[in-house]
Design a protein around this ligand. Structure first.
Ligand SMILES: [Zn+2]
Length: 125
């Protein structure tokens, strides 16, 4: 039994499920889930409810700690390129294009470039 992790949900142990009920007769308790793999919130929570419980309790404090956004971020023209495709009139062939979502400029794109998730015209964030 190595590398078992506890769900970080602050109320995990208060949800009445059979898998949380542990111990021997007369001293059973509902316990925080412990698993080799947790699939929510970067592997920290057993389910969405526990993830949101954590956020309800700590979210504001966490945002303040890691840096609250106090002004709008801007996505500029240089980073507004999206990959898209158009169908021909028979819906048989696709024509792939880069389309700038601000300027509406279009540039040619190959299918391979479309499928390559690393290929982009965007230069930054
Ligand atoms: Zn949980």
């Amino acid at each position: 039994m190595s590398d078992l992790k506890y769900c970080q949900g602050p109320k995990c142990h208060t949800y009445y499920t059979q898998d949380r009920l542990k111990g021997t007769k007369g001293s059973k308790t509902y316990q925080t889930r412990r698993r080799s793999s947790l699939y929510y919130g970067n592997g920290n929570f057993c389910d969405q409810r526990c993830m949101y419980d954590w956020f309800d309790k700590h979210g504001t404090q966490a945002v303040n700690h890691f840096g609250r956004l106090n002004e709008a971020k801007h996505l500029t023209e240089e980073n507004a390129w999206i990959k898209d495709y158009d169908w021909d009139s028979n819906y048989e062939n696709r024509t792939y294009v880069f389309r700038n979502s601000i300027t509406r400029e279009q540039r040619p794109l190959t299918e391979d470039q479309y499928n390559d998730s690393n290929y982009t015209l965007n230069t930054g964030e």
